[in-house]
Design a protein around this ligand. Structure first.
Ligand code: FEO
Length: 616
């Protein structure tokens, strides 16, 4: 039975999912399956964008027939000839003999290599910027060589501003009923698999990815339809900024990935001591046994973290086999811009350190720190200071991003006044920093009250930990939230205390303004940094008066107003089945199930007072 999804009134997803595949391309494990996306445009002419893998052809043809109804198929656009998207071309060509194939010359050459039928007479060859009008829609063809094969092209529908992006912006993972990225918590549940897909499938071709991003930036895009994973129709920048980062080979996070190859546990022991020492210095670490964890996961992590430790036993006078394979794979994936530290082990003639170094030094901008640790069979107490020194050297190299800011190079007046116009009676993430501790909370009252100097007021509840930090340091940042902000942002920063959790522990970004204080780069259109010049005690709140020292824009998304938040973002609270009355917190939706609300009642979630509750 068909299983299709409507995307717009005339665009339908007709792809299929495979959850039985063990190894994608025979090498990448896909424990969550994979989707093969195919899209049917039903304009005056009907146009199919790519087909699917042979494993799911049956469902694909059921889907296509359902979406077409009794119409013929006029065009097949082949954007990518890899068989996971082209396996059904021959059968499709037989089923729809009048169908024209739209592709470029390289694709035609590959078509003839893969299939032994005559294509020339039914092929419409396109080049860069050629167009095809299908009635209401105009399709523009944009070449994207090596993202991920040389023949790849993408298609831009300028009528609906849709980019059919081929392998770009794809992700591992079957579509479990949801087609759009905004139907799931993508950042939390799917970003790791998207990164693993990127790093392993197109990670080698960062330059070509950047070239495609440059071309794509020249057109307005409202939706991205990739060949794997979710369709993007909201907050596209959440994913395109990740792609820009990955394509540049810049790390996402400052921290250490430790990969070790250990035969009898002694190399692992050294890696664990080093990881422990790094954690003692406040450095984030992740560890992988390269003989156990699939290489694709480790390659993905290498694209994420700024520093990498390779620890390997010596084996057959070389690098241990699984580590040698991993490093070769990483070099083949063009890993760049990383700092590397090495640990070698051997019971006689340790050699793995030098061999790993010679492989890694071929990579662009990979700095191998000098102090390689040599272990003779096992770690000795006398070597603990060496491991501590190694941890110290890594920690020194992972200096905070704020330390990279050369304050003398800042412009005299680093204030973008456009950012000030984003202030509304809205919602903001207020962030502060006290030593190594970062924290942030949600506030809703920020007002500009002067323009020379540019002065603002910001109200902060006394129970907030961020308030204590600002009282101590006199500095803060405001990230101006947008209408696209999901409720989880408000939950994360507003409904838990920084006294109990590190709100930035798993955030995946490290952005700080010139004052060294974090800001929130996602769902934010502008950032304001301010220095406190006074404050007023307003009972439940402290009203800070502060001068703006920096302001900059991040996007043109509209700021979220309090009204918009209440009507469109905040989940509607529900009473339990048994009760029909109670009091609802108008800020966070917490329901106090009682007929009485004491005057001194404090919301257990967001710490608002009784005045924030209304009876239901
Ligand atoms: Fe999804 Fe490069 O094929």
């Amino acid at each position: 039975m068909h299983c299709i999804k409507k995307i717009t009134s005339d665009l339908t997803w007709v792809g299929a999912n495979d959850r039985r595949l063990a190894m994608f391309e025979g090498v990448y494990s896909v424990p969550n399956g994979v989707s093969y996306n195919s899209y049917l445009l039903t304009d005056d002419k009907t146009v199919l964008f790519d087909t699917v893998d042979k494993a799911v052809q049956h469902r694909f043809f059921e889907n296509l027939k359902e979406a077409l109804g009794d119409r013929p198929l006029d065009y097949l656009v082949i954007q990518h000839m890899e068989p996971d998207h082209s396996a059904a071309v021959k059968e499709l060509a037989t089923l729809y003999p009048q169908m024209k194939i739209v592709c470029n010359n390289k694709t035609l050459m590959m078509l003839k290599q893969f299939f032994d039928i005559e294509f020339d007479s039914r092929t419409l060859i396109v080049k860069e910027n050629d167009t095809l009008n299908t009635g209401k829609h105009t399709l523009h063809f944009i070449m994207a060589p090596m993202v991920h094969w040389p023949e790849v092209m993408v298609t831009y529908d300028s009528t609906d501003k849709i980019l059919f992006s081929a392998d770009a912006f794809g992700a591992f993972g079957a579509l479990n009923g949801a087609l759009f990225a905004d139907e799931v918590d993508f950042a939390k549940d799917y970003m790791d698999e998207a990164r693993r897909y990127y790093a392993n499938i197109v990670g080698k071709y960062g330059t070509q990815v950047q070239a495609l991003l440059t071309k794509a930036s020249a057109v307005e895009i409202d939706m991205i339809c990739p060949l794997h994973g979710f369709v993007w129709r909201k907050n596209l920048q959440d994913f395109t900024t990740k792609y820009a980062l990955w394509g540049s080979y810049e790390p996402e996070e400052r921290g250490v990935m430790i990969a070790y190859a250990s035969i009898y546990g002694n190399t692992e022991n050294a890696a664990e001591i080093l990881s422990s020492q790094l954690r003692d210095r406040g450095i984030k670490t992740v560890m992988f046994d390269v003989s156990v964890t699939p290489a694709s996961d480790i390659i993905s992590a290498a694209f994420r973290w700024s520093h990498i430790v390779f620890a390997s036993a010596t084996y057959n006078a070389g690098i241990f086999v699984t580590m040698e394979s991993l490093i070769s794979d990483l070099v083949a994936h063009n890993i760049q811009n990383r700092t590397v530290v090495l640990i070698e082990n051997g019971s006689w003639a340790p050699a793995s350190g030098g061999l790993m170094r010679s492989k890694l030094e071929k990579c662009k901008n990979v700095k191998v720190l000098d102090n390689t640790l040599r272990i003779d069979s096992s770690v000795k107490a006398s070597q603990l200071p060496d491991i501590a020194a190694m941890a110290e050297a890594i920690a020194a190299d992972i200096k905070p991003v704020s330390a990279d800011v050369n304050r003398s190079e800042l412009p005299d007046n680093p204030i973008d006044f456009t950012a000030m116009t984003k202030l509304t009676y809205g919602l903001f993430v207020l962030t502060a920093r006290d030593g190594d501790k970062d924290n942030g909370c949600i506030i809703d009252t920020v007002v500009q009250v002067g323009d020379s100097p540019i002065r603002i007021t910001a109200g902060v509840r006394k129970v907030n930990y961020t308030l204590d930090m600002i009282l101590k340091t006199g500095e803060f940042n405001l990230s101006i939230l947008t209408e696209g902000s999901p409720f989880r942002i408000f939950e994360h920063f507003g409904l838990q205390s920084g006294k109990n959790v590190d709100k930035f522990a798993e955030c995946g970004y490290e952005d700080r303004s010139s004052n060294g204080i974090r800001y929130v780069p996602e769902y934010t259109n502008g950032v304001i940094s301010a220095k406190v010049v006074g404050y007023h005690d307003c009972g439940t709140h402290i009203l800070f008066v502060a001068d703006v020292v920096q302001a900059f824009m991040l996007s043109n998304e509209p700021s979220v107003s309090y009204q918009y938040y209440a009507e469109h973002i905040k989940p509607k609270p529900a009473l339990s089945q048994e009760r029909t009355s109670g009091f609802i917190c108008t800020v966070c939706g917490y329901v106090h199930e009682s007929d009485i609300l004491p005057d001194d009642f404090i919301c257990p979630l967001c710490k608002q007072g009784a005045s924030a509750f209304v009876k239901v």
